[in-house]
Design a protein around this ligand. Sequence first.
Ligand SMILES: Cc1cc2nc3c(=O)[nH]c(=O)nc-3n(C[C@H](O)[C@H](O)[C@H](O)COP(=O)(O)OP(=O)(O)OC[C@H]3O[C@@H](n4cnc5c(N)ncnc54)[C@H](O)[C@@H]3O)c2cc1C
Length: 418
Amino acid sequence: MRIAVLGAGISGVTSAWYLARDGHDVTVIDRQPGPGLETSFANGAQISVSHPEPWANPWAPRLILRWLGREDAPLLFRPRADPAQWRWALGFLRECLPARTRRNTDAIANLAMYSLASLRTLREESGIDYTRSSSGILQTFFTQSDWLRAEHSARLLRSYGIEARTCSAARCVEIEPALANCGDSLHGGIHAPQDETGDAHEFVMQLAEHCRSAGVHFCFDHTIEGLEVENGNVARVRLRTGSERRGELDADAYVIALGSYSALLANAIGERLPIYPVKGYSVTLDLADDAIAPRVSITDESRRIVCSRLGNRLRIAGTAELNGFDTEVNQVRCEAILARARQLFPDLGDTASPTFWAGLRPATPSNVPIIGRARHPNLWFNTGHGTLGWTLGCGSARALASMIGGMTPDVAFPFRQP
Ligand SMILES: Cc1cc2nc3c(=O)[nH]c(=O)nc-3n(C[C@H](O)[C@H](O)[C@H](O)COP(=O)(O)OP(=O)(O)OC[C@H]3O[C@@H](n4cnc5c(N)ncnc54)[C@H](O)[C@@H]3O)c2cc1C
């Protein structure tokens, strides 16, 4: 089958890989000059199977109220005259109900484990190297109330078969000695040894090369302007290159993997996708030889930031801002992330030239991605991965390829049905 994959981020390139492997003739279209240049560019680098609980949980509304109006808040709602934003926010509140949180956590946990296994196989088969580390993730708790929930969280993770152990503050420092002088009182942590880290952008670039060798065709610098429908099916995509030149591309099937922009394209042909951009930031530091920086990836639960070592770089990422499609880098929020990193690791040394970055998480209110078939029979979705697109990337794409091939994916997940 001729398949057009729309978008060359993690979701699009992994989709192309699995579809090409199944023998399809695949073309990937993206407006950027190369793969992985938008949200998949400088994320937190964590393959965090141990973090299936979505932001929408019973504790979230109270926290969001507490943070309202604070410019350095981990989660910031900037109200706009945008019905999509309000619809999303109401949907988010609904997903905070305990039964919904549990259902969403189940779905994400299953897909995350399937995805980690898929990533490991893909890595072995392709030999892709993306500054990976398999030293696990340590979630750290700096407030008593967060720490009180830790044992419950670890038990829940173990119930899914995810290795997770609570550990004392002293044990946390044994696991990651760079935490020895953290300027806050560490109450304890959860260590998930099977989690991994790696540079998502390097992964996407290398996988795109493997796709090319497998016959996938990439159309970069092509903006998708819309989908045209004929007789109930998508007939073609309308494209623009540069400011003037226009064109079209037709295929037998189409996969929407456009990150936060997926909803704009899908809504125009009557396919409602509850995806809204949730902006986040990252700060990347080049480490001096004498820097004392973590080797185990850290999730600071209390501030909602993650720190991942990528060779001689340290990536610190986090915060969430509901502010439309604005991608401007907010200095105050990046400085707050950097200040927190310095507090956690006071011996980081010179942090004079950090690289600040902002990206838009393609978030559904539940954080459960949208994978499966649209109402138009030849249109498919692999999008809406929110905070976990790198963690869920390989599994989502592999499952999608199975469905397009007429098979049932071997993972329990609420796949989209028309
Ligand atoms: C600060 C931050 C930290 C994060 N940390 C982690 C983490 O540690 N672990 C984790 O698992 N996930 C993390 N994530 C989430 C993860 O990065 C995303 O879920 C993932 O990158 C989404 O990938 P995607 O392919 O769906 O979207 P994208 O990477 O945004 O790809 C979409 C592609 O579509 C293209 N496109 C869009 N519109 C058009 C158009 N009209 N025409 C042509 N092309 C178009 C874009 O150019 C882009 O290349 C983080 C996100 C952020 C922002």
